[in-house]
Design a binder for this molecule. Sequence first.
Ligand SMILES: [Zn+2]
Length: 393
Amino acid sequence: MRYCSRCTYPIIAVNLSMNDEGVCSGCVVQEEKEKLDWKARENEFRELMESYRSKDEGNYDCIVPVSGGKDSHFQVWYITQVLKMKPLLVTYYTHNYTETGEANLRNISRVFGADHLIFTPSLKTIGKMNLATFKKTGDMSWHFHCGVWTTPFQVAVRYNIPLIVYGEHGFLDLAGQYSFSDRPEFTMRDRKEHYLRGYDWQDFVGMEGLTAGDLQWARFPGDAEIERTGARGVFMGVYVYWDGNKNAEEMKKFGFRENPEPYERTYRRSSNVDDIHENGIKDWLKFVKFGYGRCTDHTSKDIRLGIMTREKGMELVKRYDHVIPEKSLQHFLTMTGMSRDEFFRISDTFRDPRVWRIEKGQWWKDNVWGEASAYGEVKLPKEAWGKYEKKQR
Ligand SMILES: [Zn+2]
């Protein structure tokens, strides 16, 4: 396993590539970000937004998808207070909100005086989706990603509001998947291949008794509807300098709240506050699959910003990346009725053999700090061990 020589990412993470000096694409694009003319970009954004402003106040100017977090607050602050526009806030409600996340979600429309549409899928359906997508994709939060990248477009075509303004482009920021000069926008290819891991709603029909009718909310509008309305998703972070840490600090003045207690899996308290699984088992499964977790994401970002040393980053990764998040795990087991043992058994089927090997009945992997360590007992049946046993360093 190779790691970036500058941050803490393994090369296998978030579609990274690595240059000849062993520096990852995320670190390279961060350098590019620091050199851009952000004033000019902001003007470009203003022009883009102006071209969508409703002429006679007959409709909303744009849609802003919000989870309620620090970046949602920043988006809505900027669009309502700086640009003086009328957005319709749209939320796909995950059923996994924490108390603080729920308070943040309610705060955002209140404090900025915006209308807010919260779409709540059936809890019964989401319970089934949690099970089906965990078994098939190793990600119980699949429905969450699907909702975030579907509900705003369904609303766009139904309400005739063509412009959807997302916040940061996640893969650009973490992985340098594109250059800022590409000005990446939402594409259906990104939706399916990256955010939805190559699956779509049809893949789950028939699992756990799910019907096509249960999954209305998961269907992306047809081409004709998109063309008729001109629906388009842009990312504000491509035009307005994005600093998540600063957004969190600034937005506290408007009532945004951090998680009141420390997380089990990372040191940062201002990110992923809304959804119990985001810093919980969904993220632990990322560690199981690809050998890194949220703490690697956070330390890599902070190292790139120059506010943390790589040594400190590695120390934190060592402390947090492997930890089993009990609260989120309990929430999932209660919602689905799955046993703890079955959960770990299914999780093991998603281990990537590029990361994991089996020695003496234990899972082993290399680490960013240069040593290999064991991470618990193998729950896979013996006949499935082959590809992990042969795979020595
Ligand atoms: Zn890097």
